[in-house]
Write a protein that binds this ligand. Structure first.
Ligand code: 13P
Ligand code: SF4
Length: 350
């Protein structure tokens, strides 16, 4: 077996866009929401949003018969829904996944500039070289990847099902090549004991959570439970009362008996956490502390691009909309659909 030495695929600060939110007053937001709702209906489109996007966009999705969820359930919902036009408010891999699973549907996103550091940090050509050099391994990729990377894989997983799928492969004696998130990969490796070779990408949001500052915050709120998304560093995961996907975090907040929670994931999730648990207190896990480049920067700059104004433009301006449609090369889509179908089927039967 030949091997490839991997460079560090963690993004540099200059590769991450700075995001300036458009501020609207309540009346303007309400007017915009009504207009968007009407236009969604006129287009016969269903809006599917991730828990990290603007709370108003999440509310609109639910109020107009659409859906808000984690990345796995977004994929399943879009696939099973009757609508022939899907609008995916999230990041590009989510729109691509919807298109791969339902190539006959038209899929738009408010902007195709909404990327993901894990996707950017896993270029398909380098990844193809990596898989070729380790052809004895089963290739498992995180959903946060491009269609071309998915097309090179045996399995796609999200953080909702990664542990179960890797445990299943370990039980069959398979050795795994994992990409792209090194923190999630390490966590799964430790939990399952599977033989895993890891790519070295990271999420620019979760990577910033700091264990030292979290220890200090826990001293201020000793009774708080700590909820952590597994894209965070191992030192932060080690302090968690619950570790899991966005939907697992939402479940844990409802089920745990605590009144106060420190949450290490994108702050967009606070909208749903507070809606579902109005009497509980939610505090952002700190990103400040030794080695941090910003204070409380726990918001994905790409998810933040899914603003009401952008969504309104998508629905109002045909020329703009034409530039926001997701296209996946049919041959790549067909190949990428195999590991995605495998994941959905596994989830259904386990
Ligand atoms: P979930 O699959 O948990 O929704 O996470 C997606 C994601 O991008 C986390 O940063
Ligand atoms: Fe990607 Fe991180 Fe943004 Fe999730 S939060 S979409 S992993 S950059």
């Amino acid at each position: 077996m030949s091997s490839v030495t991997l460079p560090d695929f963690t993004l540099k600060a200059e590769q991450v866009p700075l995001f300036e939110p458009n501020v609207l007053d309540d009346a303007a937001r309400d007017a915009l929401k009504s207009r968007i709702a009407e236009k969604l209906e006129a287009l016969g489109a269903v809006l599917i949003a991730h828990y990290y996007v603007d709370g108003d966009v999440q509310d609109l999705a639910e109020a107009t018969g659409g859906f808000v969820s984690d990345s796995l359930e977004m994929a399943r919902y879009g696939h099973n829904h009757d609508a022939s036009t899907l609008i995916v408010a999230g990041v590009r891999f989510m729109g691509e996944t919807a298109k791969i699973l339902s190539p006959e549907k038209t899929v738009y996103m408010p902007t195709l500039r909404a990327e993901c550091s894990l996707d950017i940090g896993c270029p398909p050509d380098e990844f193809a070289e990596f898989t070729a050099a380790h052809s004895d391994r089963t290739v498992v990729v995180y959903a946060n990847t491009s269609a071309r990377v998915k097309a090179l894989s045996d399995w796609v997983v999200t953080s909702s099902c990664a542990l179960e799928i890797v445990s299943h492969l370990r039980d069959k004696g398979e050795k795994i090549l994992w990409a792209p998130d090194k923190h999630l990969g390490k966590y799964i490796q430790e939990q399952t004991g599977a033989d895993m070779l890891l790519w070295s990408g990271a999420c620019v949001v979760h990577e910033e959570f700091k264990a030292k500052a979290l220890i200090d915050l826990k001293k201020v709120f000793p009774d708080a439970a700590v909820l952590v998304h597994p894209e965070s560093p191992a030192s932060v995961i080690a302090m968690a009362d619950a570790v899991g996907s966005t939907s697992a975090i939402i479940r844990a907040a409802a089920e745990l008996p605590h009144d106060t929670f420190i949450v290490a994931t994108d702050r967009g999730i606070f909208h749903k956490l507070r809606q579902l648990n109005p009497k509980k207190r939610f505090i952002e896990a700190p990103t400040a502390g030794e080695g941090a480049e910003c204070r409380s920067c726990a918001h994905c700059p790409w998810m933040a691009m899914n603003e009401l104004q952008t969504l309104d433009r998508l629905l109002s301006d045909e020329a703009y909309r034409a530039g926001c449609e997701i296209f996946v090369d049919p041959a790549i889509g067909e190949r990428a659909k195999l590991p995605l179908d495998r994941m959905l089927q596994f989830q259904q039967t386990h």
